[in-house]
Ligand binder design. Structure first.
Ligand code: NFS
Ligand code: SF4
Length: 648
């Protein structure tokens, strides 16, 4: 048995977890103690793609012993690669199906078929129309929006040619993809082709398999995810910096607490609107509450945080704990990362678990299917269910702990903040990278994993990076973890950042860790990286940048899809968590961890030690600085007055 590790690192969760324990309520870490991961499956050595298996083929214990193959003869490499591809398929499908839902609502909204949704960011609509090659001359907004909506939906079912977004990548990147034959045709097609090629007895060569894995992952990052982000921004507004609070302490004792959990902002946007309706507020007061408090969990939380400053109750491993406070009157879920254990925990309290997606049936939960044609009333019905439940509360124990944070760093906002309103640009960022005040850029993203202490890998890594003058872009549950720790404030620069990064943060007034949104918003990081390339002076491809990516506590299949599209976009990408899902096959793993770099300029890596992870990322950043010839500029460079004027 490994030594007992701490489960949570933040005080609110520790308190809530101990309370739950006292009441004999078991949550994810208790189950983790009871159920060990399979050592064979966790490293990719098990195939169950046909009825002759599952075939489990761990590496032989004795040296010189021949390794077994599956009944069909599938080797360890093929089995590990097929498993890896199916994770990419599931991850890409999840992000992209989210994107599809958004696109469908977008088109209906553009046509004026669904009241409640409209175009908020016309500027971004026009920019996207141009990206899509739509002629906008003399057309009104409605016509343009309809054309953008139709083109967007067509991206999913397109059978030939290239995804439209591919053209947003640096030229050199596009050439690499074309040369390798991995430019996605249509989003759905690439996912389906993975399922076909990983069926028993089809693709039997890991290099060939990984080509398709890459193509589907690119269809996610430069397809489904990017569409989701852009269309959401156009409908709900492109995020700008916003102040909010995070952690279980955002729940309120005297108000109706409605917690929104999952991933799609389509309904939650409406819930936010509905919660401000005077009639609904009155209804809550009539039931004895002083108001309605909306809070979020996971990526839906990030979506409504970014656009409205709605507080966040917690990240992935806090979902059950939030209910154990006894203060949640309704937890409203849609899709992805919603633990099946929630209903069990909810049944120990008064909490109503409400499932709103026709895609997510949840045994025991209340189903209130979201009807986009009558979105506001759907939202009101959900709120009323929560309000009606408020008087049923019993014991309430909310940890009085929360942290302030600034979120809302879209690519457009960063551009504006750095360059100023007269000439928005990444120039100052590039200059500060070149002169060495900023050593490099890191994307730290992704999940929490109950096989590690919640948030610890993220926080240790992020602190190491900013201490070494690496600016951090963050999304997903990682961003929420950083928020809890106070890293998403400008003050964090004073406390944790190295001298160069601190100076830039102070001058511009930004945190050293920038919250860029939900996991689909990793596409914002791709666009930001491309903007840095296009600004000039740092090479001509993403792979030239002093940049690296990490998912220090990965757990979901979506994380694997994200990892692969970052690698294929030229980024050194390192994962942490209890295991990496291919290490059972050393040859295939070497392909991912070494050979990929020769093809794409980016590669995978893995360590569960966050300090080591930081070291490796910084080493990569320094290598890139050297290749760019900007390694000499390092060291402390003070701002002179001209610099300050330039930045301010
Ligand atoms: Ni990303 Fe967001 Fe969190 Fe992981 Fe799940 S919520 S989409 S998958 S656990 S970061
Ligand atoms: Fe075993 Fe091959 Fe069937 Fe997989 S496909 S379960 S390796 S026989």
């Amino acid at each position: 048995m490994p030594e007992e590790k701490k489960h949570y690192s933040d005080k609110a969760s520790i308190e809530a977890y101990e309370n739950a324990k006292k009441d004999n309520i078991l949550t994810v870490y208790d189950r983790a103690e009871d159920l060990r991961p399979c050592p064979i499956g966790s490293v990719g050595d098990c195939c169950k793609h046909c009825g002759m298996g599952p075939c489990r083929i761990p590496a032989p214990k004795k040296e010189g012993e021949k390794r077994k193959a599956g009944l069909c003869g599938a080797t360890a490499e093929t089995i590990a690669a097929r498993n890896f591809l199916r994770m990419i398929a599931a991850g890409s499908a999840s992000h992209s199906d989210h994107g599809r839902s958004v696109a469908e609502i977008f088109l209906a909204a553009a046509k004026g078929e669904i009241p409640g949704y409209k175009i908020k960011d016309e500027q971004k609509l026009l920019a996207l129309a141009l990206d899509f090659g739509i002629n906008i001359d003399g057309k009104d907004m409605k016509t343009i929006a309809i054309e953008v909506g139709e083109k967007s939906i067509a991206q999913f079912g397109q059978q030939h040619g290239e995804l439209l977004y591919i053209k947003k990548a640096p030229e050199k990147r596009q050439e690499i993809w074309r040369k390798m034959g991995v430019v996605p045709r249509g989003i759905d097609r690439e996912v389906v082709e993975i399922m076909h090629r990983t069926h028993m007895g089809v693709d039997q060569d890991y290099k060939s398999l990984m080509k398709q894995g890459t193509r589907a992952a690119l269809a996610d990052g430069w397809g489904g995810s990017m569409l989701a982000t852009d269309l959401q921004d156009i409908m709900f507004g492109t995020p700008v910096p916003v102040y909010a609070e995070v952690n279980l302490g955002v729940l309120k004792k005297d108000q109706v607490n409605i917690v929104i959990h999952g991933h799609e902002p389509l309904l939650s946007e409406m819930i936010v609107v509905a919660s401000q309706d005077p009639e609904i507020k009155k209804y809550a007061v009539a039931k004895g509450a002083t108001g309605i408090n909306i809070a979020g969990i996971c990526c839906t939380a990030n979506e409504i945080l970014m656009r409205h400053g709605i507080p966040i109750a917690g990240n992935f491993l806090q979902q059950e704990l939030a209910i154990t406070t006894g203060a949640i009157d309704a937890m409203v879920v849609d899709v992805q990362c919603v633990m099946q254990a929630l209903q069990n925990v909810a049944s120990c309290f008064h909490t109503k678990l409400i499932t709103t997606s026709h895609q997510a049936g949840i045994t025991g939960a209340t189903a209130i299917p979201f009807n986009e044609h009558d979105a506001l009333n759907s939202a009101k019905a959900i709120l009323k269910t929560g309000i009606d439940n408020f008087p049923n509360r019993k014991n309430v124990a909310i940890p009085d702990i929360k942290s302030p944070m600034i979120a809302g760093f879209s690519h457009e906002t960063i551009n504006y903040l750095l360059g100023g309103s007269f000439r928005a640009s990444y120039r100052p960022l590039n200059d500060n990278i070149i002169n060495g005040r900023i050593r490099g850029i890191a994307g730290v993203v992704g999940c929490n994993n109950a096989r590690t202490t919640c948030d610890t890998n993220h926080l240790t890594l992020v602190k190491e990076l900013i201490k070494n003058d690496v600016i951090v872009l963050t999304t997903g549950c990682s961003a929420i973890g950083c928020g809890k720790e106070g890293l998403l404030t400008p003050e964090a620069a004073m406390e944790f950042a190295g001298p160069g990064l601190r100076e830039v943060c102070e001058t511009v007034g930004i945190p050293p860790v920038l919250h860029m949104g939900a996991c689909v918003d990793n596409s914002r990081i791709l666009i930001a990286a491309t903007a840095v390339v296009k600004e000039g002076g740092l090479g001509n491809d993403i792979s030239d940048l002093p940049a690296a990516g990490a998912a220090p506590e990965w757990m979901s299949e979506k994380a694997i899809a994200i990892g692969q599209y970052f690698v294929a976009s030229g980024v050194y990408t390192i994962f942490g968590g209890s295991a990496f899902p291919t290490t059972g096959s050393p040859e295939f793993t070497k392909y991912l961890f070494e050979d990929m770099e020769k093809i794409y300029g980016g590669k995978w890596d893995y360590t569960n030690d966050p300090v080591e992870m930081a070291r490796k990322m910084i080493e990569h950043i320094d290598k890139k600085r050297k290749e760019l010839g900007i390694d000499k500029a390092k060291g402390r460079v003070l701002f002179d007055m001209a610099d300050r004027r330039e930045l301010a």
